[in-house]
Design a protein around this ligand. Sequence first.
Ligand SMILES: [Zn+2]
Length: 369
Amino acid sequence: MRTWSVPAGRILGIEVRIHLTFALLLVFVSMNEQLAHNAVTPVRGAALVAIFFGAVVLHELGHALVGRQSGIAPKAIVLFPTGGVTVFDETQPDIPSSGGRDLRIALAGPVLSFLIAGLAAFFLRIANPHDRIWADPYVSSANLPHSLVWANLWLGLINLLPAYPLDGGRLLRSWFSRSMDPVTATRRAINLGRGFAFAFMLAGWWNSWLAVIGVCLFFAVQMEDRSAVFRSVLETVRLEDIMLTDFATLSPADTLEDALEKAVHCLQDDFPVVRGGDMVGVVSRQKLLQTLRREGNGYVQAVMNRIFDVAQKSESLSSAFRKLSARNLSIIPVVDNQQLVGIVTLQNLMHSMALLAETRKLRKAALES
Ligand SMILES: [Zn+2]
């Protein structure tokens, strides 16, 4: 999924990406400093953005550490200047929300941000007793230690707002989902988050930092919105709606050469192996080719994978995704009353998901206009 972000390594096994709004922040900071007639040096401007970045990383670390204790660790997150957004992972089932756990994970970030702000203020006090912590400008490249305190403080405070996907908004969604299904709860939280984003942008007339928060929040909401559409596609679409019904099968008694000959005539990369109407295995075109090259001609029976999973045609896409990823498979035969009625491949799943998400968005847009 396109995330408008660049990879930035791993923390605690979580893949971290930086969203392009950080570049926007850099532009804003340098413009803002110029307007404020500060002695602008690019290094100080970059250092200020680095302070924001560090604050967000530590904030997310707070979430990740507590999340790990509860056995919930995202595979990847995208960092925005307002906090992190978990990258949608179709192979993971939606974790049902639980009040206490969600509260602990959500609060861990702001609490850590407040702690860091407090510590920074304490050391600033010792190092420079004349610095007035409560004096404006709160964040400015002219006073980086002062900005360190305030960047963390603001990050913690903003995240308490019920604006999804900020931490307060996540709690709100978890609270919504007690009385409605998770898809509707998320949709509601997203709409509210978007409202907050626009309100912040409007408030930008008053203080341009608020506009920056609004823009970052807007991008974060858009990302969540897209994964919510994907999630609803995954949960509501059945395999029978997307499975390939026109497909080739192989027989265990086929020779590898025969099998490859058949494979030439279709676009499939993976084949169900069928004996007298019963599924007995699966094999990929690549495997056929490799074995033929290495060991010469033989029978499909000897190379096919006997460990496979089948799915019922009424199962959801998310269930198929989980089955595929659990066993690292690339094909799932779809059965109805033990009869092979179709196949679903990883490639086919990805394509149809993107297509379905697009048509849903278009339909939604048509309904709203
Ligand atoms: Zn947070």
